[in-house]
Design a protein around this ligand. Structure first.
Ligand code: ZN
Length: 225
């Protein structure tokens, strides 16, 4: 658990005026508007309740709370892929924290996809179809790997990079396979890692643009942008 510096900085720009609404101390700079948008993305699947106080939650054991022995058990249990190889690859010095956060949430199925929102009771099951109108439920696996619209990004990118390949159906396997698909050394792997992370970012943003802004960019144009 750690405090997100992005949210902290945005909070510091807010002021309470006469007990009515939150207002900005000053006009936001363009880069601050972008950070605000990123912050909104982070909070998409968070529901606020007026009568419930904030509290720390130890996610691996929400009811029992944090215990040293629980943390030890978590770190030494192989069934929970906390330290798996794909999860460690979400960090890259050429991408912003937001890109890594999206990848982290994706690999743990924590993105606010429609299926996840249905499970949490935020939306009904009638509203869980993929935004591309392909007719399938929007799960993370569908959106990023199986969708007849969104998943077309991967062959396009492979073509651009000059290699062939198939798309694995498990996201973490897909990430690893993509990185190691053309062999090469550390530099090549790092470059492919960067490309995979950027593809995930592009796809998630395109999905959000379609869903929330009603703006559709053809997938090939998303990549060129
Ligand atoms: Zn779809």
């Amino acid at each position: 658990m750690r405090t997100n510096p992005l949210r902290w900085r945005i909070c510091s720009l807010l002021a309470w005026r006469r007990g009515e609404v939150w207002k900005w101390w000053r006009r936001l700079w363009a880069w601050e508007e972008k950070e605000l948008e990123e912050c909104r993305t982070l909070l998409l699947d968070v529901s606020f309740h007026a009568n419930v106080s904030d509290r720390w939650v130890w996610l691996p054991d929400p009811s029992g709370g944090y215990l040293v022995c629980g943390a030890y058990h978590l770190l030494t249990t192989k069934d929970i892929p906390l330290g798996d190889s794909a999860a460690n690859l979400i960090w890259h010095n050429q991408v912003s924290l937001m890109v890594s956060v999206i990848a982290w949430r994706l690999l743990r199925n924590r993105l606010p996809t429609k299926s996840n929102l249905v499970q949490r009771g935020v939306i009904t099951s009638y509203a869980c179809l993929c935004v591309s109108d392909c007719g399938f439920k929007e799960t993370a696996q569908h959106l990023f790997l199986s969708c007849s619209t969104f998943s077309t990004l991967w062959p396009l990118v492979r073509h651009w990079l000059g290699f062939m390949g198939v798309d694995y159906i498990v996201l973490s396997d897909h990430f690893l396979q993509f990185m190691y698909s053309i062999g090469g050394g550390k530099v090549t792997r790092s470059f492919l890692q960067l490309i995979w992370l950027l593809c995930v970012w592009v796809l998630w943003n395109e999905r959000n643009n379609r869903l929330f802004n009603n703006v559709v960019t053809p997938i090939p144009s998303c990549w060129i942008k």
